[in-house]
Structure formats: C-alpha cells, structure tokens
Design a protein. Structure first.
Length: 103
C-alpha cells in the first residue's frame, strides 16, 4: 500500500485516483496537530489498514517534531490501545478536549 504524504494529510488512492484511505491532522496550536479524521474504504476494513495509517501519521508527526491530540473517535481509541505512543500526545491540550476525546 502506497501512502501519500502531504502537509496535514496522509492518504492512499485506488486505480481510479479515489481516496480509499485517509487521515487528516490540521494544526491544533503551534507544534501540535489534531488527528481529526480517519477513513478506510469498507473493502479494506478488518485488515489492519487503519492501524497502519495511524502508524504513518505518528511517524510523520515525529519526523516534524510535532505533538498530537486526537478528536477522531478511531484515533482516540487507537492511542488508548497503543500507550507506547503516549510521548507523542500533548497531554495538556488533550485534557482540555471533550471527555470522549480523553486518551
């Protein structure tokens, strides 16, 4: 799977150039991005693609020396399942988000 990296977006295109996997992470505040959206086409679900996508997002943020928060329900759940990435979370900012976004 070929992930395409742009500022604040990582995605995969199918043969028709349609986005079939996507994550967006706009700037939340200086040095912090917000994983606010993830999508995996139904044909790819259940194969670990969403987790691969999140690994790409974390690697991108780390390469840019960015911290992260998450408001996308999948991203919040993923971070809860992957405490090894807690160092990437801006805990102060995350604690000020809605309770359902707490990691």
């Amino acid at each position: 799977m070929k992930f395409i990296h742009e500022d604040h977006k990582i995605y995969v295109l199918d043969e028709n150039q349609k986005e079939i996997v996507v994550a967006t992470f706009p700037q939340f505040r200086e040095g912090v991005v917000n994983v606010d959206h993830t999508f995996v086409d139904p044909s790819l679900r259940g194969q670990g693609v969403a987790s691969q996508l999140m690994h790409e997002v974390v690697a991108y943020a780390k390469s840019k020396n960015l911290k992260m928060v998450a408001t996308c329900p999948y991203a919040v759940a993923w971070f809860k399942r992957h405490p090894e990435f807690n160092d990437m979370i801006d805990q102060d900012a995350q604690e000020h988000l809605d309770p359902q976004c707490r990691i």
